[in-house]
Write a protein that binds this ligand. Structure first.
Ligand SMILES: NC(=O)c1ccc[n+]([C@@H]2O[C@H](COP(=O)([O-])OP(=O)(O)OC[C@H]3O[C@@H](n4cnc5c(N)ncnc54)[C@H](OP(=O)(O)O)[C@@H]3O)[C@@H](O)[C@H]2O)c1
Length: 353
């Protein structure tokens, strides 16, 4: 079957949805069938995303009934959800029911937190509300593609942006027995990580030319990171995480420090990480410590390594909207449909953003 797979995007006017639309516009095997907007159905896609004018001139956001009609009639469908947590699960459940009753061959990648937990109770304990589709949880697997060769389920939950950067650092340290399982993590995120709706803590005048920590040792994504790290490495770890707000729009920079289990040089730890990620097209272990500008606006993640005999440091940089969200979701969707996982994602970073 050579026809492109119809792609559906939920979370219409959001930042991650916009990045999904940009990636789908340049993808060789997916084409946009419809993008749902809860607030702007009928409005022009290019009005919300002027940078996408060349790809979607004349195309409009759709409402739920329109998405359901298109999805139910499609033989195959790629369903990308960039809706908020707490909204995504029920929406996805409803659309998967439509796809199932229409015999649509569908795969879903959810970028919210809704399907990252193994049970509804664990989800509710962190997010403070009932899960929107508990019966669907078992149909999703949460992992980075670099840590799981093949999803055992038809659908995938993206681990998230800070989680992607942290997991890329900690999983090889744990899986290869390099580090003790008590990990100290400092991370900096750009303002697009907080989504489109302005709030006091993410407002430009406040963030610009400034740097500050928030929620130290209490970030709500830590339980998800621990579960993913254990599933990928087989080791139950502790992660002590201090996130920071950075004065830039795109990108995540995390630094993991860990006690070595036996004395190792920096080059030995670097070689171990290179072995671990051998053959992974989007992860590079660099000689120098990595810089955000080398990866922003791309699906690549760069890791830098140092060690002093007792302590290992691994630093990761990636783009929160790409590898940390939309790009990582397209990477999984490529795999779920049996396409080359780099399809539509191989463009290098611009370097100067
Ligand atoms: N930003 C990041 O770096 C990042 C990274 C990893 C994961 N994520 C996750 O990705 C998802 C999207 O993040 P984002 O940064 O794009 O957020 P965002 O900019 O706030 O966009 C979310 C969009 O969801 C839609 N929405 C809101 N309420 C809705 C409802 N009741 N029903 C249906 N749609 C609704 C809205 O668009 P419409 O009104 O047009 O529908 C809104 O613009 C979130 O779950 C977030 O946690 C974000």
């Amino acid at each position: 079957m050579n026809a492109r797979v119809p792609a559906f995007v939920l979370g219409g006017t959001g930042y991650v949805a916009g990045e999904l639309l940009r990636l789908i516009a340049g993808h060789p095997h997916f084409e946009l069938a419809g993008v749902l907007s809860d607030s702007q159905a009928g409005g022009g896609i290019a009005e919300a995303f002027p940078h996408l004018q060349s790809a979607y001139a004349g195309r409009s956001f759709l409402d739920l009934a329109e998405i359901e009609a298109l999805l139910g009639a499609a033989p195959r469908a790629a369903l990308f959800s960039a809706a908020p947590h707490g909204v995504a699960a029920a929406l996805i459940d409803r659309l998967l029911q439509v796809a199932e009753s229409g015999a649509t061959d569908v795969h879903c990648v959810d970028i919210s937190a809704d399907f990252r937990y193994r049970n509804a109770h664990a989800y509710g304990a962190v997010y403070g509300h009932a899960h929107g589709a508990p019966a669907r949880i078992a149909e999703f697997t949460c992992a980075l593609p670099e840590h799981l060769a093949r999803s055992p389920t038809a659908h995938v939950a993206h681990p998230g942006c800070f989680a992607s950067a942290i997991l890329l650092c900690v999983v090889p340290l744990l899986a290869a027995g390099i580090a003790e399982p008590t990990l100290f993590v400092s991370g900096v995120t750009g303002s697009t990580g907080s989504g489109r709706k302005p709030v006091e803590g993410t407002h430009h005048p406040r963030r610009h030319s400034d740097l500050y920590a928030y929620n130290p040792l209490a970030h709500r994504h830590v339980p998800e990171i621990l579960a993913c790290a254990e599933a990928a490495s087989g080791v139950a770890a502790q992660v002590h995480f201090v996130p920071h707000s950075g004065p830039f729009a795109r990108g995540i920079h995390v630094t993991v420090q860990a006690r070595l289990r036996k004395p190792m040089s920096g080059s030995a730890v670097r070689d171990a990480l290179r072995d671990y990620y051998a053959g992974q097209p989007f992860v590079r272990v660099t000689e120098a410590m990595p810089r955000l500008k080398d990866v922003v606006a791309s699906n690549y993640a760069h890791l830098g390594v140092a060690a002093d005999g007792t302590t290992a440091v691994v630093t990761a940089v990636l783009d929160n909207l790409d590898k940390g969200a939309a790009g990582g979701a397209v990477q999984w969707m490529n795999r779920l449909f049996g396409f080359d996982e780099t399809a539509g994602l191989a463009a290098p970073a611009p370097g100067w953003t």
